[in-house]
Design a protein around this ligand. Structure first.
Ligand SMILES: [Zn+2]
Length: 455
């Protein structure tokens, strides 16, 4: 069936109501919650050919290909079918400020300064709502199922941002599941604001977070009392039963990670802590890497790598071509049993001038940057079941009882999925074809002054 005929057929079958069979769908094994159906074999990319029964927006059953009725439903003819993906580390509050914030130059310290200037000048309620909703509209059009966002939560800003976020969280609940993490430099936890923020986050059902650097400082310096600060953070979290998600070692030279792991163990917080970035780990000696990874495994810490943004920020120096990729040693972490997810991080802001909240794009780039190919193994897990396990967000899986949130690619092999941007993917939400288009930059970028010709 041609692409056009297939799409027309999909539209008539996937209405969100009643029962419909999707037959001959090629699904990555790692996403099948009940494993490989009996009588099914895997293709060379680790995908199974299955039939899928959808009933009233839910997946009602998974069978080997050929089990469903032959003439009814939608025949995928072996096209790739994936669950919608999870983006578990973004910054909705910073997003879409790249044309407005001071020029950052693309380095971490200058991006931080540019963001601070933009925050102090502009981050009021309406501005936050407008930019966060633009980001979510992009994510919705690309088929993102769920998002965990960090929110800059400095004194004087936290109340405004969290109020705007909770409005959006309620408004978008049926479209994209949202979680939020309070982000402050770690030394905020030696001030009254640390406790006030923990109370605010507890009230909003969020996560306690932070970045392992001092206010106004860079990663790798200025936190001589890091263990004291981490103890303060973990005590606040424990008192309020909050999970923790930290920005850690986003630099070539920094070593806060073992401190965080030891704090998680000290406070019996195994399995409740996520660390994002951890870039410097990749540049340590093999022995140092092994030692830190063993500690992470003991502490049950999940790691999020942000390849597109760290490729952009790390190793940037005027007149120098970058010599490393900025990513953490994902393969070594996974081999030791540490959970790892990939995520999008910043989007069109001083930390990253590009991005579009497209997790398929983030995952495709991650495969190439991290060498998650030859073979692909369970690389799809990094955008599906791994972030689902770390966040508790219900998405990224295919099986009886899961919501029918799916993507169909015009691709019959993993290399085809990765080779093209998949801009023509068919997105299905709760069993119904989604027609949501990408929002125009006109909605966010152009002020009335920009639309008026200068005289
Ligand atoms: Zn981040």
């Amino acid at each position: 069936m041609s692409d056009t005929a297939f799409r027309a057929r999909a539209r008539s079958v996937l209405t969100g109501y009643g029962r419909a069979w999707l037959s001959r769908a090629r699904v990555p094994l790692v996403c099948l919650v009940d494993g490989l159906p009996k009588g099914t074999s895997l293709d060379r990319d680790g995908c199974a050919m299955i039939d899928l029964l959808i009933d009233n927006g839910q997946i009602a059953g998974v069978r080997p290909a050929g089990s469903g009725p032959a003439d009814d439903g939608l025949d995928l003819e072996g096209r790739h079918l994936w669950p919608l993906l999870i983006d578990m580390h973004v910054h909705l509050d910073k997003g879409h400020t790249v044309g407005r914030a001071p020029v950052s130059g693309g380095t971490h310290p200058s991006a931080r300064a540019a963001t601070t200037a933009d925050r102090l000048a502009h981050w009021r309620h309406d501005d936050l709502i407008r930019r966060m909703e633009f980001g979510l509209a992009c994510a919705e059009a690309h088929g993102v199922a769920a998002i965990r966002t960090h929110l800059d939560s400095h004194a004087g800003q936290a109340e405004t941002t969290w109020t705007a976020f909770s409005e959006i969280q309620a408004r978008w609940a049926k479209r994209i599941a949202l979680q939020a993490v309070g982000l402050v430099p770690l030394d905020a936890y030696r001030t009254d604001h640390g406790r006030e923020l923990a109370d605010l986050i507890a009230k909003q059902g969020g996560l306690l977070g932070g970045v392992t650097r001092a206010s106004g400082g860079t990663h790798g310096s200025g936190l001589e009392d890091i263990d004291v600060l981490l103890d303060a953070l973990f005590l606040l979290a424990r008192e309020r039963d909050l999970d923790i998600d930290l920005h850690v070692d986003e630099a070539a030279r920094a070593d806060a990670l073992p401190h965080v792991a030891r704090a998680a163990i000290r406070h019996n917080y195994e399995g409740r802590v996520t660390c994002g970035h951890c870039c410097s780990l990749a540049l340590m000696s093999d022995a140092e890497i092994r030692e830190r990874i063993a500690l992470l495994a003991d502490a049950g810490i999940g790691i999020v790598t942000l390849p597109t943004v760290n490729l952009y920020l790390q190793g940037r120096e005027q007149g120098v071509t970058p010599r490393w990729r900025g990513v953490t040693p994902v393969k070594e972490l996974r081999a030791a049993g540490v959970g790892v997810a990939v995520a999008g991080d910043n989007c069109r802001d001083p930390f990253f001038a590009y991005g579009d909240h497209d997790m398929v794009d983030t995952w495709r780039q991650s495969v190439r940057i991290l060498h998650l190919d030859h073979p692909y193994d369970d690389a799809v897990a990094l955008a599906t079941i791994e972030p689902a396990a770390m966040t508790g967000l219900e998405a990224g899986t295919i099986g009886a009882g899961c919501r029918a949130d799916l993507m169909i690619f015009e691709a019959w092999s993993m290399d085809q999925v990765i080779a093209r941007p998949q801009s023509d993917r068919t997105i299905v939400r709760a069993g119904k074809i989604s027609d949501v288009a990408l929002p125009s930059y006109r909605e966010i970028e152009l002020t009335s002054a920009q639309l008026t010709p200068s005289t």
